[in-house]
Design a protein around this ligand. Sequence first.
Ligand SMILES: Cc1cc2nc3c(=O)[nH]c(=O)nc-3n(C[C@H](O)[C@H](O)[C@H](O)COP(=O)(O)OP(=O)(O)OC[C@H]3O[C@@H](n4cnc5c(N)ncnc54)[C@H](O)[C@@H]3O)c2cc1C
Length: 559
Amino acid sequence: MDMPATTTPPQFLAETHEVINVARELQDYNLYASDAALRDAVAREGAAWADAELVAFGARVGTAEYLDLGTQANRFQPELETHDRFGNRVDLVKFHPAYHALMGAAIENGLHCSPWVEPRSGAHVARAAKTYMHSQVEAGHGCPITMTFAVVPALRSQPDLAAQWEPKITSLVYDQRNVPAEQKSGITVGMAMTEKQGGSDVRSNTTRAYPIGAGGPGQPYELVGHKYFVSAPMCDAFLVLAQAPGGLSCFLLPRWRPDGSKNALQVLRLKKKMGNASNASSETELRGALAWMVGEEGRGVRTIIEMVAMTRFDCMIGSSAGQRMAVSQAIHHCSLRSAFGARLIDQPLMRNVLADLALEQEGALALTMRLGRAMDNRANEHEDLLVRLAVPVGKYWICKRTPAHAYEAMECIGGRGVMEDCMMPRLFRESPVNAIWEGSGNVQCLDVLRAMQRKPATVDAFFAELRKARGADAALDAHVTALAADLRDPKDAEYRARDIVERMALTLQAALLVQHAPHAVSDAFCRSRLAPAGRHNFGALPRGVDCGAIIGRAWPAAG
Ligand SMILES: Cc1cc2nc3c(=O)[nH]c(=O)nc-3n(C[C@H](O)[C@H](O)[C@H](O)COP(=O)(O)OP(=O)(O)OC[C@H]3O[C@@H](n4cnc5c(N)ncnc54)[C@H](O)[C@@H]3O)c2cc1C
């Protein structure tokens, strides 16, 4: 066939168009220095001493190379090898080097231990700030970091085991080798409670614990059963719940037995998750696995709940961090993209959406960091009561708000926000996890009711905290009064629990913001979140809100 003659030179044909009006990657910026709300919170909640360290950390984790670790750790997902090529059972999970790099940096920076090793004023706040930044880079590796952090208070209920294990748990060395803990310079610890027949209701656990000798606290047992969700199965030990003769008890189960043989915790398969891809979560069986009892026999839930309280706090940090990265991505994109003749960030409706996303995030951060200070001061009764009640309140509300927030930020970016080479799909897929694990939404709400019923002083502490803001905003004062009245009404408490807990979260966030945030932020928060009419989507802020001030404060100052 004859080809048509062409007079156009080929190099001209290749230039189809100029790429204009597009954003660029948000990278090479300081995640701390560019975050005014975070800097304010760190200073306010008692960790001003950590400022220089946080500036350096924020610069490190905001580089293009560092942010790319998060991408790589999720693109190349962990793989399970149950056996080696000779047929020996090995139960090995292999991770991408980027995952190990993130784990290494987290551990070197004490994200798994700093408040236990240096329990100074502001220690939890400083750790929360670093965790908040690291989680913006990558959330999945935070699972074993959080569990390792959270195990310490629970383990301390068994002082002999704590003395033996704590030094390696709190070591600043990430030792990824699959060898017995005695040979390692640092270890990580996981948690295995959930079984097929019950996750929220762990009392339904059927895994059995058989005493090897006399039995009792600190004594060895053999565990037989299964655990349906075991995240980070490469941990060196796990806190496990199992039924001992005297009832559900807590155990410390090592990966290796003291004689150097492999402990009988077998990994059957890795979960196929919609998100949280860098973190391996497994299904396991315990085939006579050696473990030592932690705490009293039959008081397993009470022992492990110390760990769970910490992991719930970390869920608040993680979801606040997800919101922060989503806001940063959205504002950054809209500042560079124009439509219909103006930058998106200058268009009134988009300003409403962006400001609303920023308000949500600042409320989440304020509550999280306030509870960080409460964690630092648990010897003070008021602070301890606040931790008991406000952690499940915050865990419920912040984690539950994050999926909608991530989706809305994705929409700000448009079609490119849906593409896998954008960070938004990862943030979106990650967003439901914190709401579901460590006690799902309803379980948090029921825990709030339990705390209020069993310890009425928690309610007094909560309202004492709200009173610090009294008189600053009329809508907030009215909201507090109505909430107090509703809390006095015990009828249908379970049925109403979500409504109650949501209002508790919003009043506490508002009370913190009116005391500490710029007026533009607190005013808009109260007017939008405490209004009587329900709001269903972001971007419905009322007239008169100073969107420019709110967006300007949240702007990630990227190069
Ligand atoms: C990615 C991932 C990793 C995980 N890793 C671990 C791990 O390492 N270790 C571990 O032990 N577990 C882990 N889990 C399990 C997780 O903690 C459980 O999924 C969670 O506790 C819920 O338990 P469940 O799935 O059995 O749901 P269920 O307990 O069946 O709950 C289902 C729903 O019912 C609600 N509900 C429960 N009770 C009530 C009630 N009385 N009234 C009203 N509503 C109620 C819950 O809120 C939830 O929404 C992981 C889960 C995920 C998703």
